[in-house]
Design a protein around this ligand. Sequence first.
Ligand code: GP9
Ligand code: MN
Length: 625
Amino acid sequence: MKRFKTSKLWPILLAVVFVWLNTYLISRSTFEIELENKMQQFIYFISPLSLIVLLFGLTMFASGKSRKNFILTITLVLNFILAANVVFYGFFDDFITLPVLLQTSNMSDLGSSIIGLLNIKTFLCFASFLFLFAYFWKNKKELDFSPISFRTKSSYFLTVVLIFVFNLGLSEAERPQLLTRSFDRKVLVKNIGIYNYHLYDIVLSTKTSAQKALADSTELIDIENYVKSNEKKPDDKMFGLAKDKNIILISLESMQNFVINNQVNGKEITPFLNDFIKESYYFDNFFHQTGQGKTSDSEFIVANSLYPVDRGAVFFTNPNNTYNALPNILNQNGYYTSVFHANDRSFWNRDIVYHSFGYDRFFDVESFDVNDENSVGWGLKDIDFFQQSVQIMKDLPQPFYAKMITLTNHYPFDLDQEDRYIEPFDSGDKTVDNYFLTVRYLDEAVKNLIQELKDNGLYENSIIIMYGDHYGISENHNTAMEKFLGKEITPYETVQLQKVPFIIHIPGQEGKVIHDVSGQIDIRPTILNLLGISSQNMIQFGQDVFAKDNQPFTVLRDGSFITDKYLFTNNILYDVKTGEKVEDLSVVQPYIEKAKQELGFSDKIIYGDLLRFYNDGNKSDKSNP
Ligand code: GP9
Ligand code: MN
């Protein structure tokens, strides 16, 4: 031991081993990464090593106290990156990307949630730093930080290269095209480790900025052809059916479809919506298509009928692009466009993006009376939010487009005792157990909203559209969800759980349940056709859900897709009806390609800001809404 201690490489190697093990143990116990065989387990084990060895190797170029401090600083930074990912993962079920990290305003606004997510594990992320600090201090006499010979440095860095090649070689063999398929972050972390993943992410972000600078209009030709070839004729009976009616679009925070017509402790979870869908078009096979941008992604999809970006939130990566968004189109067709959301206007960068989308007015938290009595969790309670919104809405110029974003049914699903209409579920997982309570509350809030709209004479001349923005219960809670659903949650079930409710209420129309597969991307073309606004010559990837000969094909942001026969996710194919695996992937090869192509085109449009070259893409010249 003594002999090791006096070796110049000893402090470096010690740091390498500690940070490595620290990273591995925390990652293994936090991130839900499926390891299918021994080789994958091994790759995941060695994956953090290469970058750790490289970074600590750099400390050989310093000597004395500076090397010591250099080692400690690297350890602290790596521990911090790990801790940040642990906290982020607990919330978003995903890893941090540079664009998301840069949205500090959002991070600080997450406030209460972040504190709730800090736990003993966050603290343990710093174990290697604390250990090394104490060890260096205790052994300051024995440890040797004097200059290191060129020979030792050379062999050290040769080892670094070997580890990199070894790791990448194994990963490429296990997962071909690893680095080109960047939308699957879990696969990246599994194969190259959390730190290399961040390095990779930084390189990609830089590439993104360059993409915009280099893009030119010719890139639109292929995309235009693709969009044209998918265009379908609207259903004559539906086209223009809602002409000049107000549109009230409600984003139901974190509401998944499995709660509809379902019960907890023998009580309906959404009694009002269960009735309301009987007099509306209700789509029970409708998917959210959001990525890391959660609510903001859903807003983006609905406004543009484009996919959100593969990394980060498009509201942050490309807020100032030229878009031809729904509010903009509606403005040109005589609508007053507004959005209601009782949160700070800068959250999710909304103030900037809403300007690009062309909204006339954003009623943010300042427009509402918010106090201790009427707030919980993230802010104004939905019942109060709706009630106050209708008071504003009734005086808006008509026809109007009013988008309302609810908030109470948001993680961590806090609710006051007086707002509980049912008892919690009893899985022991607080998140899942309380989710039902806040969903039930949201249902009650919607019931009140409908009444308010009736009382204020707005109900009969408005189409009311509701959709769930994204999942509320992440995969981290599968055990409790299995208890509730009474079945194992396979990757197939995970995709099924990405269904969110989609409801269209048109005055005078009878109710109908529609089972065709669709997604948020279809909302805009559907609204436009209902209003009798032709969406020909618009670049969009959705299809009107009422059009007759639609192709049953819905793509999720991670490349999974659903058709009338199949469900494809994680490179596994399932029979969509039975959930049984289908071995022969070749039957869906064209769909796999199409999904990739469509997501790729959408990314290209956004990263290259391509709509600035398109005739119909006109930027709003208004001041901030
Ligand atoms: C915040 C609200 C919630 O304003 O839209 O955002 P989310 O965390 O669900 O993306
Ligand atoms: Mn949300």
